[in-house]
Write a new protein. Structure first.
Length: 110
């Protein structure tokens, strides 16, 4: 499947609307927005003009190499998976409660 190109702003808007429609709390949506901003800022600084799976993977690998697997990395990884779902036109319930409920809890890192 060929991924679709979205502007950073368009992709962030789609993600946040999808989370709201799934019943995520405002704090969770805000957390995802901050995470997107971090990812997109890094991508822009590294020559990307739109989000791609390759760019998301590169971001995660470089973050992991520098900081290791910490809570912020885990949150960033979830956001990258969500962004990948959107551009690949899929939506995997990576935080599901045995397939019954979508779970959108995210802790904001300082």
């Amino acid at each position: 499947m060929q991924e679709r190109n979205y502007s950073f702003e368009e992709l962030r808007t789609i993600l946040l609307e999808k989370l709201r429609s799934q019943g995520c709390s405002p704090i969770t949506v805000t957390g995802y927005r901050y995470q997107c901003n971090s990812i997109f800022r890094w991508l822009t600084g590294n020559g990307y003009d739109h989000y791609s799976v390759e760019g998301g993977d590169r971001f995660l690998n470089e973050y992991y190499d520098e900081h290791g697997e910490n809570q912020y990395y885990t949150n960033l990884r979830t956001v990258v998976y969500r962004l990948n779902d959107i551009i690949n036109n899929t939506w995997s319930n990576v935080h599901s409660d045995k397939g019954k409920h979508f779970f959108c809890q995210m802790i904001l890192s300082k």
